[in-house]
Design a protein around this ligand. Sequence first.
Ligand SMILES: *[C@@H]1O[C@H](CO)[C@@H](O)[C@H](O)[C@H]1NC(C)=O
Length: 167
Amino acid sequence: MMAFVTLIFTFFIISSFSQANPIASLPQPNQSFNPNQILNQNQGRSCSYTVNIKTSCSSPSQTRDQISLAFGDAYGYQVYAPRLDDPYSRTFERCSTDTFQIKGPCTYPICYLYLYRRGYDGWVPESVTVSSYNYRPVSFYYNTGIPYGVWYGFDYCHGSSASTSTM
Ligand SMILES: *[C@@H]1O[C@H](CO)[C@@H](O)[C@H](O)[C@H]1NC(C)=O
């Protein structure tokens, strides 16, 4: 009986996770993500993105970590910023928000975003918000440190039906 009750509870927990707003779920490492392998970029057109990155108040007061960013849509259009860090302009200080203007191919609605960190300071992001001309701003909430040297973030491009079929 106890096992049955546990099973029911487990089922409710899993189904409530799968129905939660995906933007509110936890960031994950993605070992197979590589921003250089995307070939389907429309090089001829260029769109401008405003990216707001909020640094957590639990981050070090300053950081020399190297930070990269990549985001894109479900059709292979990707925006890649190899380096956002700049300790001389006090980027990514504790509790601060940094704004970047990034140019890249014009995307459909953004459904994935990854950060990449190298360095020994252990910079901690709170959130990343991407705004573009065509679509509503989309926010990704980290609130956690990023492991060294792995693309770490969110991929919702395949929707809840894809995650259900893998279970
Ligand atoms: C990791 O990235 C690859 C390449 O973009 C993508 O196809 C895959 O769905 C991602 N994996 C997860 C778990 O999000």
